[in-house]
Design a protein around this ligand. Structure first.
Ligand SMILES: [Zn+2]
Length: 370
């Protein structure tokens, strides 16, 4: 009986202390989280670094969410925001642009993170004067300046390095059909893509001739040069000639259990102190790359669908070795099916191959403008 009473108390305290994050909003460098039950929640802010930049992690214990992730597009302060459920609470990851620092304001009903960046082109004066915070007399500002970021802030040639990886080669023909071999088309289009991207970026080709490279060698070519993006070019094959369409993959860890365990381990690492382990950095880097890779994958797919008469097979995630090995965001493009005549015939002459290269390169340019 006593045990039941204690259990009831525990349950009640859980109910009493839990809050719901009802709304998330981001505009002009100000992130606002709105809470349903008008209580002030405790917020812990920790800043860490990944290989590509800084990240601010807010921990909100005993807070559930009912709001969708805010979308970050072409923002001068943030690359992305990612929200993760952890136990009874939430963790919010703000991936910061070069030079961004922040102030956390916590009050009843609302909390805000105001971002500031001396490098930002758009003015943030509005966010300094235009916003009101409910119950602002209770606000507890936490300020952490950051001066250590040294990421490139423009896309001048020489700033970003992109790896172009024409699939297969040598003894590995890849898909074969309709008189074409995947390795030849992938190389022809890959070389054109490399030339197109070379107008704006440093480009590394994993191969420029008909040679075989292993799936481990290919991403390593980019890793040793600290590449910013890895793009693998392929064409598909199907069991029968009716299979058709274009799809773009980005890398995702496959095993859900392992992944949850990894995330838990990562969170423990963050909680235990400011010094983040290599493990945590690797994991957070993966998280950021995945966000970027999936956005780019969609953009590349849209570009190809706009320029070719191909079926939309969508953006997919997969645990491909060639993507897994890359330290940078990475995508794998399946332009169309070699085994489908309508598909493959759109990618065989120089003119069409140039158009494909241009469509992919334009999507990548948009990606690096963000
Ligand atoms: Zn292939």
């Amino acid at each position: 009986m006593k045990k039941i009473f204690v259990l009831l108390l525990l349950l009640m305290s859980t109910v009493v202390f839990s809050e719901t994050l009802e709304k998330m909003d981001y505009r002009s460098g100000v992130f606002t989280g709105t809470l349903r039950e008008n209580k002030q929640v405790s917020i812990e802010a920790v800043k860490g670094r990944t290989s590509t930049g800084a990240v601010l992690i807010l921990t909100l214990p005993d807070v559930r969410r009912s709001a969708a992730d805010p979308r970050i597009l072409n923002d001068p302060y943030l690359d992305s925001v990612s929200i993760m459920d952890q136990g009874n609470g939430l963790k919010i990851y703000f991936f910061l642009k070069d030079g961004t620092d922040y102030t956390v304001l916590n009050s009843k009903k609302e909390f805000q993170v105001k971002f500031n960046n001396p490098n930002a082109v758009s003015s943030d004066s509005k966010s300094k004067t235009g916003d009101r915070i409910t119950g602002s007399r209770e606000k507890e500002p936490v300020r952490t300046p950051d001066t250590t970021d040294r990421r490139p802030s423009s896309n001048r040639k020489g700033t970003y390095t992109i790896v172009v990886d024409p699939g297969h080669g040598g003894h590995d023909s890849g898909a074969v059909g309709n008189g074409y071999r995947e390795k030849d088309l992938a190389l022809q289009i890959g070389i054109k893509l490399g030339k197109e991207l070379g107008k704006d970026y440093n480009v590394i080709m994993t191969r420029t001739t008909d040679v075989f490279k292993t799936l481990q060698e290919r991403p390593e070519i980019g890793n040793v040069r600290s590449a910013d993006l890895f793009v693998s070019v392929h064409l598909n094959s199907g069991g029968n000639s009716s299979a058709s369409g274009t799809e773009v993959y980005y890398y995702a860890k496959k095993d859900a259990d392992n992944y949850s365990r990894d995330v838990a381990k990562f969170n423990n690492t963050v909680d235990s102190g400011v010094a983040m382990s290599d493990y945590a950095l690797k994991d957070i880097n993966y998280r950021m790359n995945q966000t970027r890779s999936s956005a780019l994958a969609q953009d590349v797919l849209d570009g190809l669908l706009n320029n070719f008469s191909v079926r939309d097979r969508g953006v997919k995630n997969a645990n491909f070795a060639v993507l897994r090995g890359s330290n940078s965001p990475s995508i794998l493009i399946e332009l169309g099916f070699v085994t489908n005549y309508s598909d493959v015939s759109q990618f065989v002459n120089d003119y069409d191959q140039e158009r494909a290269a241009k469509a992919i390169a334009d999507a990548i340019r948009r990606h690096f403008m963000k």
